[in-house]
Design a protein. Structure first.
Length: 255
């Protein structure tokens, strides 16, 4: 088996070298870049990656393009702010080198996030399984605006690999706040609106408390101390903001 590691990027100069190094075991590294202006392309090429530059069509579409453009049928998809741990690399190499007698069609990996100086255990952030290693002939990326994922064909076999995928998505609280306001909440509201979902003043009022309780209490965020409290608080802010934005879309459309 030969494996192509794919990474989509836009202005990821701070991350791309470490990302490429963590998938150096792959037979090919393919970077699909959305016209970065910070030297991401040059750094990726210096790491031995093949780079394709194209306009941004959305997360799912870009990742699907990367999979279709890969040289090999088996694809490991990595985000630029993620790293393959030694244990996960060993699991992947066993599969690549024929150490397993029977292959599944796709493999999920546990993703562990680093936040406020610690690895997060609760709040719904771990194990956060992601299907990242798969036969592109049996699966494809789907997702309208956010939460893109690989959807496998009916009957495809999926297993879980040992080892974590490390995630370094948020530098600090200020960035976390901006990401919610500028990216996640607007995209979530748009996705909800296009799916026909509608909100009410009551839902707007209850969305934040429900999200906080779910993250901090029900999903064990309290185990992460202040970091868990911050995650739950931002989850509440995200829930409130996306419902307010959905309400504005409804009113704008006369719904």
């Amino acid at each position: 088996m030969k494996v192509s590691a794919t990474i989509i990027t836009f202005n990821e100069a701070e991350n791309i070298r470490a990302a490429c190094e963590s998938v150096a075991w792959a037979d090919e590294i393919l970077v699909v870049d959305s016209r970065s202006t910070d030297g991401t392309v040059e750094l990726a090429e210096a790491c031995g990656a093949r780079v394709i530059v194209r306009d941004w069509p959305g997360f799912a579409a870009q990742k699907q393009f990367a999979a279709e453009s890969a040289t090999h049928e088996w694809v490991f998809s990595l985000d630029a702010d993620e790293r393959v741990t030694p244990e996960l690399r060993a699991s992947l190499l066993r599969l690549r080198d024929g150490g397993e007698s029977k292959l599944a069609d796709g493999y999920r990996v546990a993703r562990r996030s680093f936040y406020m100086g610690r690895w997060i255990k609760g709040g719904g952030w771990y194990p956060d399984y992601q299907l990242r290693f798969y036969d592109r002939r049996r699966g494809r990326w789907e997702g309208a605006h956010i939460h893109e994922s690989v959807k496998m064909q009916t009957g495809a076999g999926v297993r879980v690999l040992k080892g974590d995928l490390q995630h370094f998505s948020v530098r600090d609280a200020a960035q976390h706040h901006r990401m919610i306001g500028e990216r996640y909440a607007p995209l979530a509201a748009r996705q909800m609106f296009e799916a026909g979902r509608r909100t009410t003043p009551l839902r707007i009022a209850t969305a934040a408390p429900a999200a906080f309780t779910r993250s901090f209490i029900l999903k064990g965020g309290f185990r992460d101390g202040l970091a868990g409290l911050a995650i739950a608080r931002f989850a509440a802010h995200h829930a409130f903001l996306k419902h307010v934005m959905l309400w504005e879309m409804q009113k704008g459309a006369g719904c």
